[in-house]
Ligand binder design. Structure first.
Ligand code: COA
Length: 257
């Protein structure tokens, strides 16, 4: 099983569990996470959601084999694909979402954190959004939210160069709340999620909507534009070279483009 779900003490936990592939996310896993988020939203006993990974790895991002063989189609097809369903469920989740980043968070692993309400990172984690190096473009609102959080200069390092960054830098630039020892990150995140058992759910829901509200429409537009570029570029020769290089365990060669 690659996604484990559980509900305990008012918290719906979504655990990414595919350690043999560094928790790379497949179409089926996005589907399972979208279903879990939708169920959490409907269940009145759930007051918050916790997303977590495995010791040493949160997720290595989208499964690159899936990128090559099962890329979302174009236009409205893409918007109905499991990855879009998952990210839409995350953006639409009206209950607090807490992330426990247990290790490396790459690609969509970092992108999804931008749309969680609380982010706690293990001090051994590394974050990265290496889309351009893979022949792709930023996704799911990161081209809007990342510059807002950290300014254009640092956003260019993360999104154009794809530079990895440390947990301390993630806190410094507003992506994460705090850095914790690896053995404590999940429990700390869970304790934060459980605090919502003591708070009035209606007020939490309305406050969350207000916090996210003003740019919601703009975000939807940006996500659509990014999605068009991303799905188009998935089939580009640049992306194919990057994906093949990953599996051949070599550096990509972009000199011919
Ligand atoms: N998609 C598909 N398979 C992946 C994967 C991904 N995103 N990330 C890792 N794997 C697979 C590897 O191919 C390898 O499989 P194998 O054992 O059959 O050869 C296995 O998981 C272990 O990965 P490996 O690279 O050997 O582990 P590592 O500890 O040396 O490095 C990472 C870990 C996460 C740094 C590295 O795997 C990585 O950079 N992954 C790709 C990240 C990425 O570019 N994601 C897409 C972002 S859009």
């Amino acid at each position: 099983m690659s996604i484990k779900t559980a509900i305990l003490n008012g918290v719906a936990t979504i655990e990414i569990a595919r350690p043999e592939k560094k928790n790379a996310l497949t179409v089926a896993m996005y589907q399972a996470m979208a279903d879990a988020l939708d169920a959490a939203r409907e269940d009145v006993a759930v007051r918050a959601v916790l997303i977590t990974g495995q010791p040493g790895i949160f997720t290595s991002g989208n499964d690159i084999e899936d990128f090559m063989s099962r890329a979302p189609g174009q236009g409205s097809d893409a918007l109905d694909s499991p990855v879009f369903r998952f990210m839409r469920a995350l953006l639409d989740c009206d209950k607090p979402v807490v992330a426990a980043v247990t290790g490396a968070a790459i690609g969509i692993g970092t992108t999804m954190l931008l749309h969680c309400d609380f982010v706690y990172v293990s001090d051994e984690a590394r974050l990265a959004m290496p889309f351009v190096g893979l022949g792709l473009v930023p996704e799911f609102g990161s081209s809007l939210v990342v510059p807002q959080l950290m300014g254009q200069r640092r956003a260019a390092e993360k999104l154009l160069l794809g530079d990895p960054f440390t947990p301390e830098q993630a806190v410094d630039c507003g992506i994460a709340n705090a850095v914790l020892p690896p053995a404590e990150v999940v429990n700390h995140a869970r304790r934060v999620a459980e605090r919502f058992n003591q708070l009035p759910p209606g007020a939490v829901r309305e406050a969350k909507r207000l916090l996210r509200g003003p740019q919601r429409e703009l975000l939807t537009q940006v996500i659509r534009t990014e999605g068009e570029g991303f799905t188009r570029r998935l089939k580009s020769p640049e992306a194919m070279e990057a994906f093949q290089a990953f599996f051949q365990k070599r550096k990509p060669d972009f000199s011919k483009f």
